[in-house]
Design a protein around this ligand. Structure first.
Ligand SMILES: Cc1cc2nc3c(=O)[nH]c(=O)nc-3n(C[C@H](O)[C@H](O)[C@H](O)COP(=O)(O)O)c2cc1C
Length: 210
């Protein structure tokens, strides 16, 4: 129902602003794939991903569950966008042919640097401030065959020294800044407006330490 303040709309996309992660997975031939994804959310030590069924990433995780979830920051938006028209799938699936092309060396194409992981085969992306080594534990079909929901258990977290509250295990939310995909536009975070009642960093954060 249309009211004075809201219209009924049928937008072509519903990407209302979620962080961009770069997923590294292992291909059949032992090389590594790298793909941007914004359907990612965390609960406890799990991250759940929404992956198109035809992506090389989904295929890789179906047979080799190890991955790294590399969380991007705003300064990496151009590298992310260089990956946007690429797929590690060859041949390129029919549904993607009009827009996508195959690329074997995604790191080279994006200008990003692989760094060895500790507990999984796929590499970390050195330029990302947060790198989550993980293992896909459950892959559930959804969207009438369109996508897979992939539950990933995070095994090890690597954080850039600069985003860690010194002497603690905490990420400093006043320093960490995720890249946000907002209706196909890239954003950083706006300044903090408040904090949750369970914040463990409020005293040391933007309204205290700096
Ligand atoms: C910023 C951004 C966010 C994206 N988010 C998703 C997503 O959440 N899920 C998905 O399956 N594809 C997403 N894509 C599209 C994939 O990156 C694209 O399908 C790519 O070809 C996958 O690579 P792969 O086939 O090598 O795995 C996104 C692309 C960009 C640029």
């Amino acid at each position: 129902m249309t009211t004075d303040t809201h219209r009924v709309l049928r937008p072509s996309i519903l990407y209302f602003g979620t962080p961009v992660v770069l997923l590294t997975t292992e291909n059949d031939d032992g090389t590594f794939n790298l793909a941007p994804v914004s359907s990612a959310w965390a609960l406890g030590q799990y991250v759940v991903l929404g992956l198109g069924c035809e992506s090389q990433t989904a295929r890789n995780l179906t047979v080799r569950p190890e991955l790294v979830i590399n969380v991007a920051s705003p300064e990496l938006w151009e590298q992310v966008e260089r990956l946007a028209p690429l797929t590690g799938a060859s041949p390129v699936p029919r549904s993607k042919r009009a827009v996508y092309r195959h690329e074997r060396d995604k790191f080279g194409a994006a200008g990003l640097t692989p760094a060895g992981s500790d507990t999984v085969g796929p590499p970390r992306v050195a330029e990302c401030g947060l790198q989550l080594e993980a293992r896909a534990r459950a892959l559930t079909p959804g969207g009438g065959g369109l996508f897979l929901s992939v539950e990933c258990e995070v095994i090890r977290v690597h954080a850039d020294e600069r985003i860690v509250v010194p002497g603690t295990q905490h990420i400093d939310p006043s320093v960490w800044n995720p890249l946000i995909y907002n209706f196909r536009h890239y954003h950083g975070l706006a300044p903090q407006v408040g904090h949750g009642f369970r914040s463990e960093t409020a005293a040391a954060g933007a309204h205290g330490r700096r």
